[in-house]
Structures are given as C-alpha cells and as structure tokens.
Design a protein around this ligand. Structure first.
Ligand SMILES: CC(C)(COP(=O)(O)OP(=O)(O)OC[C@H]1O[C@@H](n2cnc3c(N)ncnc32)[C@H](O)[C@@H]1OP(=O)(O)O)[C@@H](O)C(=O)NCCC(=O)NCCS
Length: 165
C-alpha cells in the first residue's frame, strides 16, 4: 500500500496534476488553494506520496454553524471548524486516503480546541452518496426545518471518542 504523508500546502507542491473528478475542487486546487491558504481564508493540507505532487487535499477554516441550519445548541451560532474541499486524485483511490485525511482533520480540530472554543467540525457534502461516506466517519446530518440539507457535523466530544486508543 502507498505511504502518504499530510502537510500544510506550500508553493513547493505541484497542484497541476491533481484530478479528483469533481470540477469545482479540481479547479480550486489548481487555481485558488495556495492564494486562499496564504491569505488566511482557510488552511490547506495536502497528502503526498514521497514527492511533492498533490494526491489529496482538504481545507479547514473557522466558521460558525448557524443553529437555524438544524443543530441543537444554546447559541445562535455554534462554534465550529469548517471542513471543505476534500478530494483524492483518481489514481490514488483505494488507499483509504480520504479517511486518513479526515482523521488528520480530527487531530487538528482537537488541537485547535485547546486554544479556541470548538463545539464541532462541520461540512457540506456534495451529494447524498457522499453523505454516506461522511456518515461512516461519524458525521450526522443537521436537521433544518422543512427542507433537506447535506450539512453534516461531528461534535468535538465524538471526535475525541473516535480518536481514543
Ligand atoms: C470522497 C473522496 C475524497 C473519498 O476518497 P477515498 O480515498 O476514495 O476514500 P476512502 O478510500 O477513505 O473511502 C472509504 C470508504 O468510503 C467509500 N467512498 C469513497 N468515496 C465515496 C463517495 N463519494 N460516496 C460514498 N462512498 C464513498 C469507499 O468506497 C470506501 O468504502 P469501503 O470502506 O467499503 O472500501 C474521493 O472519492 C473523491 O475525491 N471524490 C471526488 C471529490 C468529492 O466528492 N469530494 C467530497 C466533497 S464533499
């Protein structure tokens, strides 16, 4: 099995060969990920396999999850870390790299929560099938009144439980 390492994106990484098949993420990886990272819009993490070619990518940012999106909480805005832009380049599929990158995001969420109040890690899945991928990783769907949504979250407590030895 290929060994991957995950690190913060920098200018040394080759983003041009990345192809996960979901055009918005492919374009974002090639065109915007580094500038968004450098401007502090989000922090981008990439997986590589012994070289600098991007095999996987995701981003994190601080974004409150609005309670009206359908999460039970005592504040209107739930303190959260937003997970976005997950992609694994097609030829690297089958290595559990998507799962590995989410576990990496779990660790980073817990590290951030030592310094900043964090109730949950949350995301918006691109479709129903992908919701199932995230559900298997411990995410649950928010329940907005009167409409369906692909917003999902996992609480900090559940992340800690998932990472417990
Ligand atoms: C979603 C994605 C990142 C998963 O990456 P991956 O490296 O294939 O993920 P893993 O190998 O860790 O997959 C774990 C399991 O989830 C399944 N799975 C992977 N992608 C899935 C998807 N889109 N929908 C449902 N199940 C999926 C795998 O088949 C695997 O199942 P198994 O444990 O029974 O073998 C990858 O398919 C991808 O880049 N897709 C295009 C971009 C995208 O949809 N991003 C999500 C944005 S919300």
């Amino acid at each position: 099995m290929t060994a991957f390492s995950i690190s913060a994106l920098s200018a040394k990484h080759d983003r041009n060969k990345f192809f996960c098949g979901f055009e918005p993420i492919d374009k974002w990886c090639r065109r915007n990920s580094l500038s968004h990272n450098d401007k502090g819009q989000c922090k981008v993490f990439v997986a590589t396999a012994g070289d600098d070619i991007v095999a996987g990518i995701y981003s994190l940012s601080i974004q409150a999850l609005p309670r009206k999106k359908g999460i039970k909480y005592h504040l209107d805005n739930v303190p959260g870390i937003y997970f976005d832009n997950l992609g694994v380049t097609e030829k690297c599929r089958g290595n559990k790299l998507g799962t590995t990158m989410m576990v990496d995001a779990f660790h980073r969420t817990i590290a951030i929560s030592q310094h900043v109040g964090v109730h949950c890690l949350w995301l918006t899945a691109i479709d129903e099938a992908t919701c199932e991928f995230y559900r298997r990783l411990g995410f649950e769907r928010t329940k907005p009144r009167g409409r369906s949504s692909t917003d999902m979250f996992i609480s900090r407590k559940d992340i800690e439980a998932a990472l417990a030895p």
